[in-house]
Ligand binder design. Structure first.
Ligand code: DAH
Length: 345
């Protein structure tokens, strides 16, 4: 067997390190045109004695090479399998991947928190349309046609005459009174979207308010101040200080605005609160007799108080934001910052 003896071939096969090498050995020695196969074809040219001896020798070599190939193949396949298993091994000590769960928008959380506080104080939820009639949005609330709030720069009007995008949640006061049909008490809150032609760091054209209305026998400014003080303390923490200032709204008489201590300077005075230590948080007052009448109630028999509060302002305070527009840009980098906020659902 010329260059290599079959023993040398067997030895080389048992050292082969790849299946490709084995295939090569097989073709070269025992394949269709392999060395041994060719030699076997030449046997018939030999004299009978010689042929027998040589035939046995070649057979022995062939068997030995085939056996070596099979054995080495097994070893190499086993090894490859082991390596694959090793590569696939699960590292149970790796930290888990946090699933990308959703969450409620910060404004939704704040709105729900305000609702929670007021529902616990005995209010029920009421709603009205966002496309509102001028009657409910203005007239019924004692806002006369020449009032600045009705001018083009404040309201979004729609194509149908007599309709506007509501500029506040106060129209729900009238709708709620109508729905109560004279029954007492009326004690509702109306959260919802409102619209004004405004757009800067502290105003967006679409924003949210919560309206409140209580109508019953003998409702006074004391009820208003007590209820709103408790509400604000529940919302902002018991240590917040509050004050009421007299103000003016067409739909209340008297009218009061409520201030809370500035969260930035804790009442010391700073740029945010214009050096006063106070920031306005809501408008309120005793329901104007005309408004009670427009809702179907007799101002000689009953009285009420109402308030209106901006939800974004509360959110800005709770989260320490200085630009309201962040809340409406749907930037996930901003919103994800609220994911682990405790306390707020
Ligand atoms: N509607 C007023 C506004 O949007 C807020 C307001 C003030 C609501 C006094 C009230 C209230 O119910 O009594 O600016």
């Amino acid at each position: 067997m010329d260059e290599l003896s079959w023993q040398e071939v067997v030895a080389a096969i048992s050292q082969a390190s790849t299946l490709a090498e084995l295939k090569d050995w097989r073709t070269r020695w025992v394949g269709k045109h392999g060395r041994i196969t060719e030699l076997m074809k030449g046997l018939s040219d030999l004299p009978p004695e010689e042929r027998r001896r040589r035939g046995q020798e070649l057979n022995q070599a062939r068997e030995a090479i085939l056996a070596a190939l099979t054995q080495r193949e097994q070893v190499l396949t086993d090894r490859a399998e082991e390596r694959a298993l090793e590569a696939e091994r699960w590292d149970l000590t790796l930290p888990g991947r946090e699933p990308d769960t959703g969450m409620l928008h910060p404004l939704t959380r704040v709105r729900r928190r305000i609702e929670d506080v007021l529902l616990r104080l005995g209010f029920s939820l009421a709603y009205g349309p966002q496309v509102e009639s001028e009657w409910y949005n203005f007239e019924a609330l004692n806002i006369p046609p020449n009032h600045p709030a009705r001018e083009m720069q404040d309201s979004f009007f729609v194509d149908i005459p007599g309709l506007v995008l509501r500029t506040h949640t106060s129209p729900v006061q009238i709708r709620a009174m109508e729905q109560h049909q004279g029954r007492l008490p009326v004690k509702i809150i109306a959260p919802g979207l409102t619209y004004r032609r405004d757009d800067d760091a502290t105003h967006v054209p679409m924003f949210q308010q919560v309206e409140g209305l209580v109508v019953d026998h003998g409702i006074s400014v004391a009820d208003l101040m007590g209820t709103l003080t408790v509400m604000v303390q529940e919302l902002l923490g018991g240590s917040v200080r509050t004050r009421f200032r007299s103000s003016y709204f067409p739909f209340t008489e008297p009218s009061l605005e409520m201030d809370v201590t500035c969260a930035v300077c804790q009442g010391q005075g700073c740029r945010v609160c214009k050096e006063t230590g106070w920031v306005e948080i809501l408008g309120s007052g005793l329901v104007h007799p005309t408004v009670l009448r427009n809702g179907g109630y007799d101002p000689d028999q009953v009285s009420g108080f109402a308030f209106g509060m901006g939800i974004e302002r509360i959110a800005m305070r709770l989260y320490g934001l200085d630009d309201l527009r962040l809340l409406y840009q749907n930037d996930l980098r901003f919103l994800r910052g609220f994911r682990h906020q405790g306390g707020l659902r």
